[in-house]
Design a protein around this ligand. Structure first.
Ligand code: AHM
Ligand code: MG
Length: 341
């Protein structure tokens, strides 16, 4: 962690970037500031959850067929309200809602579309394990005079103009990229400000950590089984003592591996005929993290294709996600290509 940058607030950082961007109007900065505020509010709610009875199930089921918890609803509503009120978005897509969310007419319609997972890792809420918010930003591509439509919401990850995530954990950290590297800001609760704590994050080319839910081993495809077997039993070949780490919150697993190096895998899950593409969502989970990892020098793949080049067909599309240090992800792809195994 660099101490010389410790005093730079996220507002300073965003405004400086705006000044350095030719033709910038301030729209993008206002959008990011609204996201930052939403995440501070969610952090406050997460920190108080055990005290004010917002843990536990809310009794409804989200579009993915999963039970929604109270904090999920609060987080979803917070992001929706704050982004709508910013006047900078023309539509939102939430992991928690089936359709594109239109912006209430009382607010100006802006030029951006944001996909978000309001509370990732929600099965961990009751156990005080790290959870987070993930977001992904696109420019509108259709005429502003019309309502936004699927063309605006279904753009490949390469078209993102920014992405990030927040982890509500031992400390609250916001990591994001606007296409010029990756920076991490840690919330100083005593002043309520995010301060630059991790400037210009670069992920190691190789790591020793692998992160995958091995309970699903019997349901993986052969290349994934062969790859994980090789990590565990192939010391004579790779000369590395790999170590397994799996929180079960994507943001936490991703963040750890981004800093330390390693590979996270959520492959296709052959046990569930409804999820032949695995569990994770392309638009609100895989694309934003793929954007960040590439900006940090890493790699993100379905095993066969670069995540950022996948053409989305529907907003809640799922995808296998293999992400992390570039050399590690490349080796996995070689297993898929049949070059190893
Ligand atoms: P969520 O967005 O509903 O919380 O689900 C996604 C989470 C990820 O955070 C995590 O990587 C994954 O589900 C864990 O799934 P599993 O329990 O199958 O390993
Ligand atoms: Mg999620």
């Amino acid at each position: 962690m660099a101490t010389d940058n410790i005093g730079i607030t996220i507002s300073n950082h965003l405004l400086l970037n705006q000044q350095l961007t030719e033709g910038a109007t301030g729209s993008y900065t206002r959008l990011l500031q609204a996201l930052v505020l939403a995440c501070k509010i969610i952090q406050r709610d997460v920190a108080k959850a055990g005290l004010v009875d917002i843990l536990g199930r809310a009794g409804t089921v989200n579009v993915q067929g999963e039970e929604v918890q109270k904090l999920d609803e609060l987080a979803n509503n917070t992001v929706k309200r704050r982004l709508s009120a910013s006047g900078e978005v023309c539509g939102l897509v939430s992991e928690e809602e089936a359709d594109i969310i239109e912006i209430p007419r009382q607010y100006p319609q802006g030029g951006y579309v944001v996909h978000f997972d309001p509370l990732d890792g929600s099965s961990n809420i009751d156990a005080n394990v790290s959870i987070g918010t993930i977001f992904s930003i696109y420019r509108r591509v259709t005429e502003p005079s019309n309502d936004i439509n699927l063309q605006d919401a279904l753009q490949p990850g390469l078209k993102q103009v920014g992405a990030g995530y927040v982890i509500y954990g031992s400390s609250c950290i916001l990591v994001f990229s606007t296409g010029q590297g990756v920076n991490g800001f840690t919330l100083d609760p005593s002043i309520g400000e995010f301060l630059l704590s991790h400037p210009n994050i670069k992920t190691p080319n190789k790591g020793k950590i692998y992160s995958i839910n091995e309970g699903n081993y019997g349901y993986w495809d052969e290349p994934t089984k062969n790859y994980v077997d090789w990590l565990k039993n192939g010391y004579a070949d790779h000369k590395i003592h790999y170590t397994a780490r799996y929180v079960g919150s994507l943001v936490a697993d991703f963040h750890r591996n981004l800093l330390y190096g390693g590979i996270f895998l959520y492959p296709a899950d052959l046990k569930d005929p409804k999820k032949p593409q695995g569990k994770l969502r392309l638009m609100c989970e895989a694309n934003p993290l793929a954007y960040i990892v590439e900006q940090a020098g890493g790699r993100a793949s379905t095993g066969k294709e670069r995540i950022l080049e996948v053409e989305p067909r529907y907003i809640h599309q799922r995808t296998p996600l293999i992400i992390g240090s570039p050399d590690d992800v490349r080796v996995y792809e070689e297993f898929v290509e049949g070059k190893r195994g």
